[in-house]
Design a protein around this ligand. Structure first.
Ligand code: DGL
Length: 283
């Protein structure tokens, strides 16, 4: 049942982790490794994935629906474990919507924690970004990098076929090689001096073996999970007003906008354990 907004924060709830599909599970895994004692709710909008090719307005609308749903389910804090949603919706939700719908709750993204670490990872400041078309077109990464490391140079390549390859369970199959090699080559053609590549989509760690295969060995590949987890840990240390509302029973529940069977089957690519899943509607 829908609850009226604003939603005051009155009791402890799970930390919400949202993605357009399965990719956010790579982030959830790392967060749970680092912070196992908290409760989590994972929500995948699998029925409407991919977000990467959708307009700003649509990604914003879908993401806001998901955030509101997670707040209704009691989450004091929601992590947008999706670069596309972080790039296209996070700022507007934080600045425009949160003050009205839930002024004491928080929404965090995955771009800032990733950008923060590249300063210590890159030796020459030549950064490559592999991401969805939506994330690349938003310029969120180059803009964030510019703020923290003005002398760095970011070259970006969108990889529109990688998410469909992962979502359809083809990540480990031979057919995927062509598109993995193609986008990496296109990125390196833009800047042959790249020494660090950000995997700026939460689905891409599932293609890591093939990405590694076609990337020169001196280039560092940056998957986001562990950095997002470290950043969340740090955030919770610094924000006791949110942390005290994060329930600590070590439970994790999974929700999808698609069918339960489909989620279970595909989630097994991302998770090494059986999950209990429930279906919900975001519209
Ligand atoms: N996993 C999402 C991201 O990190 C993108 C998937 C999609 O296109 O929906 O950008």
């Amino acid at each position: 049942m829908k609850q009226p907004f604003p939603l005051p924060l009155e009791k402890a709830g799970a930390i919400g982790v949202f993605d357009s599909g399965y990719g956010g599970l790579t982030i959830l895994n790392e967060i749970r490794k680092k912070l196992p004692h908290y409760d989590y709710i994972y929500l995948g909008d699998n029925a409407r994935t991919p977000y990467g090719t959708r307009s700003f307005e649509v990604v914003y609308e879908f993401t806001l629906q998901a955030v509101k749903k997670l707040f209704e389910m009691g989450c004091p804090l929601v992590i947008l474990a999706c670069n596309t949603a972080s790039a296209k919706a996070l700022r507007t939700i934080q600045q425009k919507d949160l003050p009205y719908i839930a002024p004491d709750r928080r929404v965090l993204g995955v771009i800032r924690p990733t950008v923060e670490v590249i300063g210590s990872l890159s030796k020459n400041g030549h950064i490559g970004l592999l991401a969805t078309t939506g994330t690349v077109k938003s310029y969120s990464y180059p803009l964030e990098v510019e703020k923290l490391y003005p002398h760095f140079n970011v070259s970006s390549q969108d990889c529109p076929l990688w998410v469909p390859l992962v979502e359809s369970g083809e990540a480990k199959n031979a057919g995927a090689d062509y598109f993995v090699q193609k986008y990496i080559q296109q990125l390196l053609d833009k800047d042959p001096d790249i020494d660090t590549i950000i995997l700026g989509c939460t689905h891409y760690p599932l293609l890591i073996d093939k990405i590694r295969k076609y990337t020169p060995s001196h280039i560092r590949l940056v998957a986001q999970g562990e950095y997002v987890a470290t950043s969340l840990e740090d955030y919770l240390h610094r924000h006791s007003e949110i942390e005290r509302y994060c329930r600590k029973e070590g439970n994790c529940r999974f929700f999808t906008t698609e069918s339960i069977e489909k989620f279970k089957e595909s989630a097994s690519i991302f998770l090494q354990y059986e999950v209990e899943v429930q279906s919900l509607n975001l519209e």
